[in-house]
Design a protein around this ligand. Structure first.
Ligand code: ZN
Length: 96
Protein backbone atom coordinates (compact mmCIF):
# COMPACT_ATOMS: atom_id res chain seq x y z
CA UNK A 1 0.00 0.00 0.00
CA UNK A 2 1.34 3.37 -0.98
CA UNK A 3 0.21 6.66 0.51
CA UNK A 4 1.03 10.14 -0.67
CA UNK A 5 0.88 12.98 1.79
CA UNK A 6 1.04 16.60 0.69
CA UNK A 7 1.67 19.03 3.49
CA UNK A 8 2.08 22.77 3.53
CA UNK A 9 4.54 23.91 6.17
CA UNK A 10 4.83 27.69 6.17
CA UNK A 11 5.90 28.67 2.66
CA UNK A 12 7.03 25.19 1.69
CA UNK A 13 4.95 22.54 0.01
CA UNK A 14 6.19 19.10 1.01
CA UNK A 15 5.28 15.84 -0.62
CA UNK A 16 5.88 12.58 1.20
CA UNK A 17 5.40 9.06 0.03
CA UNK A 18 5.23 6.04 2.27
CA UNK A 19 4.96 2.44 1.25
CA UNK A 20 4.48 -0.77 3.14
CA UNK A 21 2.87 -4.03 2.06
CA UNK A 22 0.90 -4.07 5.30
CA UNK A 23 -1.93 -1.57 5.30
CA UNK A 24 -1.69 -0.82 9.03
CA UNK A 25 2.07 -0.21 8.80
CA UNK A 26 1.59 2.15 5.87
CA UNK A 27 -1.06 4.05 7.83
CA UNK A 28 1.26 4.25 10.84
CA UNK A 29 4.00 5.70 8.66
CA UNK A 30 1.62 8.17 7.06
CA UNK A 31 0.37 9.38 10.44
CA UNK A 32 3.81 10.80 11.21
CA UNK A 33 3.45 13.16 8.26
CA UNK A 34 -0.21 13.98 8.68
CA UNK A 35 0.42 15.01 12.29
CA UNK A 36 3.41 17.18 11.39
CA UNK A 37 2.55 20.56 12.92
CA UNK A 38 1.68 23.27 10.40
CA UNK A 39 0.78 25.84 13.01
CA UNK A 40 2.70 26.81 16.14
CA UNK A 41 1.42 25.15 19.28
CA UNK A 42 2.32 28.20 21.36
CA UNK A 43 1.23 31.26 19.35
CA UNK A 44 -0.86 29.61 16.57
CA UNK A 45 1.21 31.31 13.87
CA UNK A 46 1.46 29.60 10.48
CA UNK A 47 4.97 31.03 10.00
CA UNK A 48 6.64 27.73 10.74
CA UNK A 49 9.43 25.94 8.92
CA UNK A 50 11.03 22.55 8.82
CA UNK A 51 14.53 22.71 10.24
CA UNK A 52 17.32 20.32 11.08
CA UNK A 53 20.27 20.50 13.37
CA UNK A 54 23.29 18.29 13.91
CA UNK A 55 24.71 18.13 17.38
CA UNK A 56 28.09 16.76 18.33
CA UNK A 57 28.47 15.37 14.86
CA UNK A 58 26.20 12.41 15.52
CA UNK A 59 22.74 13.46 16.63
CA UNK A 60 20.36 14.70 14.00
CA UNK A 61 17.40 16.72 15.13
CA UNK A 62 14.40 17.42 12.94
CA UNK A 63 12.00 20.07 14.10
CA UNK A 64 9.28 22.50 13.17
CA UNK A 65 10.40 25.96 14.14
CA UNK A 66 8.06 28.92 14.65
CA UNK A 67 9.67 32.04 13.22
CA UNK A 68 7.33 34.26 15.25
CA UNK A 69 7.85 33.11 18.83
CA UNK A 70 10.76 30.69 18.30
CA UNK A 71 9.04 27.70 19.78
CA UNK A 72 9.82 24.32 18.34
CA UNK A 73 8.28 20.94 17.97
CA UNK A 74 10.93 18.26 17.64
CA UNK A 75 10.68 14.63 16.68
CA UNK A 76 10.61 11.96 19.32
CA UNK A 77 11.82 8.56 18.26
CA UNK A 78 11.19 5.14 19.63
CA UNK A 79 14.37 3.36 20.67
CA UNK A 80 13.72 0.44 18.34
CA UNK A 81 13.48 2.88 15.43
CA UNK A 82 9.93 1.74 14.67
CA UNK A 83 8.18 5.01 14.89
CA UNK A 84 8.47 8.68 15.59
CA UNK A 85 6.17 11.43 16.70
CA UNK A 86 6.05 15.20 16.98
CA UNK A 87 6.56 16.53 20.48
CA UNK A 88 4.68 19.44 22.02
CA UNK A 89 5.93 22.89 21.08
CA UNK A 90 8.51 24.22 23.49
CA UNK A 91 10.07 27.64 23.72
CA UNK A 92 13.50 27.53 22.14
CA UNK A 93 16.31 28.23 24.58
CA UNK A 94 19.98 28.81 23.92
CA UNK A 95 22.05 25.70 24.52
CA UNK A 96 24.67 25.96 27.20
ZN1 ZN B 1 4.91 30.48 17.70
Amino acid sequence: MRIEIVKKIGKAQLKFEVEDPKMMEAMALASFYTTMPDICGKCQSTDVELQSQRAQGKYLYIKIHCTKCHSESSVGQREDGKGAWWKEFEKWTQQE
